[in-house]
Design a protein around this ligand. Sequence first.
Ligand code: T5A
Length: 211
Amino acid sequence: MARGQLILVEGLDRTGKTTQTELLINRLKPNVELIKFPKRDTPIGKIINEYLTNANYVLPDQSVHLLFSANRWEVKDQITKLLNEGKNVILDRYVYSGVAYSAAKETPGMNWQWCFAPDKGLLRPDLTLFLTHSDSRGQAQRDGFGEERYEVGSFQDKVKSQFETLFDKIGNPEEVKLLEVTGKSIEEVGAMVWNQVQTRLNCPNDEFKYF
Ligand code: T5A
């Protein structure tokens, strides 16, 4: 049996990742599974959730970074099993978010290389869609923005810059597609996403690749 495809939807906060992954799941049902990172229902995920939602919860930047990475390693075998069973797996955030948000803090010693090191060996997606925008103020006006720790406009600009560095350094241009969402409706973004996913689904499945 051919393995499933690993498709990642990345982006800044409130760019519509969850909206788009849900649309994708509906299109690909029943042969699909969604995994959202951080996966907040695991023991490690519960600590991450507390950190993100409680501004008074103190953790060193290094510790929280390693927790986010450990949260991905917790689920690696589950993802591999699903793909081997022929299921397509949609990821909502993954390694690139892990590196970009931590490196954007500009904590001494935590450059992108340091942040990337613990994720080396995780499965590399067959397709990565990065939802990007040219105006962070537009995202800040969307429902819910500002409720969690990293949802601050100036920080989001640094995160965006880190994502761009990362795609340049560790992203394969054949696998990473940047989708500009500024001023586009949910349906318009959905059409761009589906176009890329359909193209990928028509490609033959090859060997697993790893970061
Ligand atoms: N993080 C994450 C790390 O620091 N390290 C890591 O390793 C990982 C994995 C939580 C935080 O954790 C950080 C990054 C984050 O700061 P999260 O749970 O994914 O990560 O949090 P959010 O990015 O905030 O994700 P959300 O799910 O809340 O936002 P989405 O998914 O980008 O946006 P979505 O789809 O929920 O849409 C937001 C609103 O916009 C509307 C929607 O209807 C909704 O109201 N919307 C649109 N409106 C107009 N036009 C469009 N095209 C729209 N698309 C959506």
